[in-house]
Design a protein around this ligand. Structure first.
Ligand SMILES: Cc1ncc(C[n+]2csc(CCO)c2C)c(N)n1
Length: 222
């Protein structure tokens, strides 16, 4: 007993590094990523964010304490009132308009990942849902930090993907990541070894689906 978030990444070290250091991420850092691959990813990420909002609504439903209810409510407000609007505006800068987004067919990797998270949360409890969302909520902050530590990463106007890195390295985003990690550390400190091994399966599966999401972007798969 006495687990923490890092025990999850340690239990899936290969999958975690394959996700954080994926070729899509490297090419984004090196500014060598094809525009078409980034556009495909951005458009599918719009659909991902819609389902992420549904997952926050599910977190509200699964909350048993006022503190958890408030936290999930804040998450839902942030994604619906702020982040989806920012994402739509960012897509427009890349030449994808709202009509394109509304008509977008959902790629299989998007379908698999988002429905996996929602199903895990539906059949399980709030901790299952948070663990399924952890690669998303904590991974992107780690990716920005990993990119900033790589000598090949280009920052500033020479990198067309600089704004993407800037978003996830921001104090605001890194603060949300730390809060999520603290929440998980507190919950994981109380679970039994058997429960922890169930959570490892969820964390590994969600991480594998994040890897597939990058690959979908890179290969522009539908
Ligand atoms: C496939 C995919 N995985 C993770 C994120 C990152 N992300 C999505 S919602 C959210 C919380 C509110 O910002 C975060 C960090 C993404 N955009 N796309």
């Amino acid at each position: 007993m006495g687990y923490c978030f890092t025990d999850l990444t340690r239990a899936c070290a290969d999958e975690w590094s394959a996700y954080i250091e994926h070729d899509f991420v490297r090419q984004l850092g090196q500014a060598t990523l094809a525009d078409t691959a980034f556009r495909h990813y951005l458009a599918q990420d719009y659909l991902f964010l819609i389902h992420f909002a549904r997952a926050q609504a599910l977190a509200i439903y699964k909350s048993r304490s006022l503190a958890d209810l408030r936290q999930a409510h804040e998450g839902l407000k942030t994604i619906v009132d702020i982040e989806l609007g920012l994402h739509v505006a960012y897509c427009r800068e890349w030449g994808i308009n709202e009509g394109d987004l509304a008509r977008l067919p959902e790629a299989r990797a998007t379908l698999a990942y988002t429905r996996y998270v929602l199903d895990t949360g539906s059949r399980g409890d709030l901790l299952d849902l948070h663990v399924a969302l952890a690669p998303c909520l904590i991974g992107y902050g780690e990716i920005a930090n990993w990119l900033n530590a790589q000598p090949f990463t280009l920052r500033g106007a020479t990198n067309p993907f600089d704004a993407w890195i800037a978003m996830y390295e921001s104090d605001e985003f890194q603060g949300a990541m730390t809060r999520e990690r603290d929440w998980l550390d507190a919950r994981l400190s109380e679970v039994t070894p058997q429960r922890f091994s169930e959570l490892v399966v969820i964390f590994r599966d969600a991480t594998r689906l994040e890897i597939d999401f990058w690959q979908m972007g890179l290969d522009q798969q539908d």
